[in-house]
Design a protein around this ligand. Structure first.
Ligand SMILES: Cc1cc2nc3c(=O)[nH]c(=O)nc-3n(C[C@H](O)[C@H](O)[C@H](O)COP(=O)(O)OP(=O)(O)OC[C@H]3O[C@@H](n4cnc5c(N)ncnc54)[C@H](O)[C@@H]3O)c2cc1C
Length: 212
């Protein structure tokens, strides 16, 4: 069991702690939103116009919200990385409670979730928006090569590597460039083609410029 000072520490990021119903290591709300990505945030903005702010709790471990479609344009050198993200607190409705934590276990029979930090959060309605997680380790060697700045392997599907993609496109000196397309459903699989067309367009312009 956790004491109340632990709970307070976990909620330090929220602006309106006093409005939340806390009871030892338990919180309650009308609507619980798990994940504050594109889906979670849009649901929160819609609901907060209809419900009282204290009725909504958001659980999200990341303090940074990424606008992922921009990763493709960063990979093509059209946008800069700082344009792709903002502090999460700045894009949530100011009075909605954000719990900087992650859900480890769902208990739908009892309308509750358990968080990594040991809280039990009970809800009337639950919205799950945890997105997709890329598992680079499923391709042998990929994680290692992505992290190696000397190896020209990159992906637009991660905030960690989309800038490296632009370095590779920019530095490409001719030969074969290989673009891969996911076999199964992934995050916006069309983006895998989009970066290929954008890179091709960039190389065409560079070649024309050099021939002039
Ligand atoms: C390179 C790229 C290009 C794209 N281009 C386009 C495009 O052009 N057009 C388009 O419509 N879409 C595009 N997308 C897709 C779009 O970004 C996603 O569809 C959208 O972000 C999905 O929203 P989501 O809320 O489901 O997940 P996400 O936005 O990924 O958010 C999930 C959130 O859940 C949180 N989370 C995960 N696990 C837990 C947990 N256990 N507890 C609490 N929180 C958790 C994560 O930290 C994250 O913040 C693109 C995506 C990528 C990567």
């Amino acid at each position: 069991m956790l004491n109340s000072s632990f709970i307070h520490k976990q909620l330090i990021t929220t602006k309106f702690l006093s409005r939340c119903y806390t009871c030892r290591n338990e919180l309650r709300c009308k609507v619980l939103v798990v994940g504050a990505g594109a889906g979670g945030c849009s649901v929160v903005w819609r609901l907060h116009k209809k419900l009282s702010d204290k009725d909504i709790i958001v659980i999200e471990p990341s303090a940074v919200h990424y606008y992922q479609p921009l990763f493709t344009l960063i990979g093509a050198g059209i946008k800069k990385f700082p344009q792709s993200h903002k502090p999460l607190q700045s894009i949530l409705p100011s009075k909605v409670m954000w719990l900087k934590d992650q859900v480890d276990e769902f208990d739908p029979c009892n309308n509750a979730v358990f968080t990594h930090c040991g809280l039990r959060v009970r809800y009337d309605s639950l919205v799950i928006g945890v997105g997709l997680k890329n598992d680079y380790d499923k391709i042998p060697g990929l994680s290692r090569y992505l992290k190696d700045p000397l190896v020209q392997v990159s992906t637009i599907y991660s905030p960690q590597f989309c800038t490296k993609c632009w370095c590779n496109v920019h530095r490409f000196g001719g030969g074969h460039a290989i673009f891969t397309f996911p076999k199964e459903v992934g995050k916006c699989s069309g983006a895998a083609q989009k970066i290929m067309y954008l890179a091709h367009d960039y190389w065409k312009k560079v070649i024309y410029f050099c021939l002039d």
